[in-house]
Design a protein around this ligand. Sequence first.
Ligand SMILES: *Cc1c(COP(=O)(O)O)cnc(C)c1O
Length: 386
Amino acid sequence: MNITQILHSYGEDGFSYSPVSVPIYETSIFSFKNFEEFQNSLLNEFESHLYTRGKNPTAEVVEKKIAALEKAEDAKLFASGVAAISAATMAFLKSGDHVVCVKDAYGWTLRLFSQYLKRFGVEVTFVEGIDPGDFIKATRKNTKLFFLESPTTFTFQLQDLSAIAKFAKENKIKTVIDNTWATPVFQNPIPLGIDLVVHSASKYIGGHSDVVAGVVVGSREDIRHIFNTEFMNIGATIGPFEAWLLLRGLRTLHIRMQRHMENTLKVIEYLQTVPEVSEIYYPFYAKHQQYELAKKQMKGGSGLLSIKLKVNSLEEIIAFTNAFRVFRIAVSWGGYESLVMPHAATNRDGLTERNKIVRLHIGLEDPNLLIDDLERAFQAMRKVRP
Ligand SMILES: *Cc1c(COP(=O)(O)O)cnc(C)c1O
């Protein structure tokens, strides 16, 4: 199936009146003609419309599309990316198990393993993951799950998905990857051997900074297992309206991703000329240390990158941040708009090496507007240089 067929029509049959826009099924319950139908539904909630905590027709359309985009059998939407990550991992873990996780993964993923699951007797080893050997060396007899995030979304380090998946399969270890950055448009980990893909749909899938949501993608068997365990019990269900917002976002996902990439490459061309930029972290920047791997396992790059500033004081970073007029100061990313996130704002540690890193989200604006805005920020920074 072609990507536009998936995004424009796939999974949308069967609604009365042939609507072009899928209806929002704002209902908590579904009713039945008789005892027998009711009983069948109660005994197989995974496959029937009984209650919106389990299944809702608006959400289902989005689930079908995302599964198709990821070349997978099934998908399940969640109320947030973090809910999706928690369910996809906890469904396969029990007390005494061990997890290997990428060290630079999303903050709440790190907390899930280092603090939350620790309370339930699950152990974790964090690894850099650039070398597949990092995962192999960290594996123990009780290792049940590898958690990947490729690329990571602060320093943009990649993991070799095929190599890690191969080792995991041979050792019966479940593999889960956070694929939020690349989106299903640019990276499909399941054909490379990864078991489960999670996304924060609050980012590019939603695409308009107006919804918090998540999704888990995988085999029908794994999704059924997650449904019958963490999904129904934790109950972090997406609402029908939020699911519909994702559907609206999906209509243009492929077009937006193309533009995010084009804009980002133009901004990088400019950033390369700025003497105060000591490093550019972006997998499709030709000088990235894993550029070849990026090209091998991804079709393109999205709009999120980091830069390291050559600065001698925190004041320079503050002046840089405060000078923007187009880029907005905010967490998250993946919307139509450009954002700036100085790592120094996340702590009070002063001018550490890590605090010299500033994360930028390149939105869908005219790239010249963004370059002018960056130039304004660098000039403001130079003015306060000690
Ligand atoms: C935002 C984000 C998450 C968490 O998703 P929420 O929708 O905010 O719960 C997970 N992973 C990555 C890489 C993210 O950027």
